[in-house]
Design a protein around this ligand. Sequence first.
Ligand code: HEM
Length: 337
Amino acid sequence: MPSSLSTLTRALCAAIALLFVLAHPAAAQLSFKPTAESVHEDQLLNALKEGDKISGRISIPDVNAANLIQPAGRDWRDFQRSKLPIIGGVIIIGMFAALLIFLMVRGRIRIYHGFSGTKIVRFVSFERFTHWLTASCFIVLALSGLNISFGRALILPLFGPETFSTLSVYAKFCHNYLAFPFMLGLVIMFLIWIKDNIPGKLDLEWFKQGGGILTEGKHPPAKKFNAGQKGIFWTVILGGALMSVSGWFLLFPYLPANVTALQVWSVIHAVLAMLLIAAIMAHIYIGSIGMEGAFDAMGTGEVDLNWAKEHHSLWVEEEQAKGQAPSGSTPRAMPAE
Ligand code: HEM
């Protein structure tokens, strides 16, 4: 009797063990027992395939807390540590080098006919407020984000752990909170400028002529925004929207409730950030040192009439027809340097 009982007990244990293995497909595929003391972590990680994970049982509501090992995390860590610095470096340093070469080869784009001394209103104060709200938030978001990605490799060795940790605490704080006024700026920008940024036939012509960037004193006709500026507008609106959605998932990770989805959003957020930063570097260049007379548009809100005629001839005509712009100011002939 006792021997038949022990046989029954052994059979029952074996059945339970088999059930346990079958209920855990990841473990079933392994050629060793994951719970054995001798299991090495790297052996276990390498045996797991994409999508597998080793989970335990928990009694708290957060189901993600039950995951002990998630192999996709290795790829994500590898991306953050080795691929992102290369991608970011190539995009950002590449853009910086391209702008520097462009400045050296082309020089500053001058007002071909010189300053007329007559001004025309380009952006009213609400437009400028919206621009600078979005721009200042973007710049701080970009710098604090770059610190999250590369600060440990670049700033920590240069300034030491104390400075780096203090800086990072403030940077993270700014990064989390400035996302909101940035999103507000994006929405207002979209609403006030969408009507002037609908692509049209004129934009094709502008592209065909390369925006007149290389031809001295000859610019293709444009309305309020030329094709290049429309490109920046849509890059900022669409790129900013995607940055906001992906950033939102990173700020509130309980929404996707899935660690792999979170990792995908974090990769999208990081790569897009590098592309947007590079695009904005080009925008900042052309809006400041790259083009004479351009900054006034966002500085005082008024630009020189000759600048306006050279870069936005059709817009000047429209404004003059509405009686909202000074007319008759013929450009003085003054060759560019
Ligand atoms: C110091 C940095 C910046 C400078 C000097 C600057 C300068 C300018 C100027 C001068 C204009 C008016 C161009 C015109 O009269 O046609 C402009 C327009 C604009 N800016 Fe900026 N900007 C800066 C940063 C930013 C940032 C960070 C963003 C967005 C994230 C941004 C988005 C825009 C958009 C969407 C427009 C309208 C489209 C265009 O003109 O390209 N700007 N900016």
